[in-house]
Design a protein around this ligand. Structure first.
Ligand code: SAH
Ligand code: SF4
Ligand code: F3S
Length: 439
């Protein structure tokens, strides 16, 4: 038998890219590739890229520049760019960096084996279509890329919201939901391989509307059906838009025990003026009301959010409104970014906020969010939580896992193993994780 070729994939951006990278590894597995963690050992290097902010997109070109010596040393090495930069820039990538052999957008990964064959034959391959067929149904299945007690499962892709700052509707295309039966089959397969926790993914996951028995299913119904799978212990989902948070999904946080008490619900800004300019289509008050309803369903829900500061036109008062919203909500986790103008989006045409002003605001917001995050973590001390152990820690006998609230928890024990869910008493809160003892 021929020796397997080696594939190295570097993943940037969101969880959907993490999921896609695993599927690409499987697709190329069917073409005789095995994955390697050593870049200089690879026959093919794929960069699965992100276009969300300028820095993210530029990282790709600096990484490609660093690959030059590898390509010189091994002329048979093939280099591919996948993901959202591939979609946004297409053939331009090869003009800017001629060492690239292959460019594949997020919707055509199922064509990778044919593209790989074309570049092996000495050609170049570019595919940034938005095809009719569902890539997931047409992916050749090699051996599963990863064994772990947690897994991502993409149920929805693309976005129809067109927030004024965002490239996702352009790079990922229109909203598409995978049919219920496909999702259930994939989830059952994951659980049969030892997965205990599944995170359902979508750029707008709570807008899920998949074809199912009896008609179209929303996300809550899908979650309730998944919860019936024996052996699946935990369900999460990300990322959600406030306007798609339907009653049944709010209720599920209160009455579906397998749905974990952690919700990522980005708001971006606390100023109605800015929310309007961002085309978010909700106000700060509507968001706060939604949080209230979610907490009525599940009082201990830990909330996470995304924020953008320095959006064009943002005044000091607008920014103060964001701080006020953050104080009103109390986030357990958050991601905040300085606005980055993205070519082709409506906001890119507007006058920017001076960079030093935006930087200063980001610092103030992050200080507040950091305090809230720390307070939420410290408040766990003395509480009993469930922990799913995912890996070994650095110290002997130490296991590391995630609590229901997604906090990292270290436990030193010989009574548990990876993949097990245990009841743990939290005894200490450190800089980035909690320490606990087995109950
Ligand atoms: N679909 C998700 C988020 C996708 S992008 C949602 O709607 O919430 C993840 C985060 O990146 C966004 O929530 C936003 O906070 C940030 N982001 C997107 N475009 C950006 C831009 N042009 N500049 C800075 N941050 C941006
Ligand atoms: Fe981007 Fe807005 Fe769609 Fe989220 S909802 S992916 S921020 S356009
Ligand atoms: Fe980035 Fe594309 Fe995800 S732009 S955040 S990789 S959808």
């Amino acid at each position: 038998m021929a020796e397997p070729k080696k594939l190295f994939i570097k993943t940037y951006g969101c969880q959907m890219n993490v999921y896609d990278s695993e599927r690409m590894a499987e697709a190329l597995g069917a073409s005789g590739y095995v994955t390697t963690s050593a870049m200089d050992d690879a026959d093919m290097i794929l960069l699965n890229t992100c276009h969300i902010r300028e820095k993210a997109a530029e990282k790709v070109y600096s990484e490609l520049g660093r690959l030059k010596p590898l390509k010189t040393a091994n002329p048979d090495l093939k280099i591919g760019v996948a993901g959202c930069v591939a979609q946004a820039e297409g053939a331009e990538i090869m003009r800017r960096q001629p060492l690239v052999d292959l460019v594949v957008g997020p919707q055509t990964y199922h064509r990778l084996p044919a593209m790989e064959a074309a570049v092996r034959a000495g050609g170049q391959a570019i595919d940034t279509d938005f095809p009719e067929e569902d890539k997931f149904d047409h992916l050749p299945r090699g051996p599963r890329a990863k064994r772990a007690p947690t897994a991502f499962l993409t149920v929805q892709e693309g976005c129809d919201k067109f927030c004024a700052f965002c490239v996702v509707p352009y790079t990922r295309g229109a909203e598409v939901s995978r049919p219920v039966a496909r999702v259930l089959a994939e989830a059952e397969d994951l659980v049969a391989r030892g997965v205990r926790e599944i995170t359902l993914l979508g750029q707008n996951v709570n807008a899920y509307h998949g074809a199912g028995p009896g008609g179209t299913w929303g996300l809550a119904r899908l979650i309730r059906e998944l919860a019936k799978i024996d052996g699946l212990a935990r369900i999460r989902f990300t990322t959600s838009h406030p306007n798609d948070m339907e009653d049944d999904l709010i209720a599920a946080h209160g009455d579906e025990p397998k749905l974990m008490p952690y919700l990522h619900l980005p708001v971006q800004s606390g100023s109605d003026r800015i929310l309007k300019a961002m085309a978010r289509k909700h106000t700060a008050a509507q968001y706060l009301r939604l949080i209230e309803r979610l907490r009525a369903a599940r009082p201990d829900l830990l909330l996470s959010g995304d924020f953008i500061v320095g959006f064009p036109g943002e005044t000091d008062q607008d920014f103060e409104d964001t701080l006020a919203l953050v104080r009103a909500v109390g986030y357990g986790q958050a991601y905040s970014f300085k606005y980055s103008a993205r070519p082709g989006t409506p906001a890119a045409e507007r006058a920017p906020v001076p960079d030093d002003v935006a930087s200063d605001r980001l610092q103030r917001l992050q200080a507040l969010l950091g305090m809230q995050q720390r307070a939420a973590q410290d408040a766990m001390v003395g509480r009993d939580v469930s922990v799913l152990f995912e890996k070994r820690g650095r110290l002997a006998g130490q296991l590391v896992g995630k609590s229901d609230y997604l906090h990292a928890v270290h436990v030193t024990t010989d009574r548990a193993e990876i993949g097990q869910i245990a009841q743990v008493r939290i005894v200490k809160s450190g800089p980035n994780s909690l320490a606990g003892e087995m109950l």
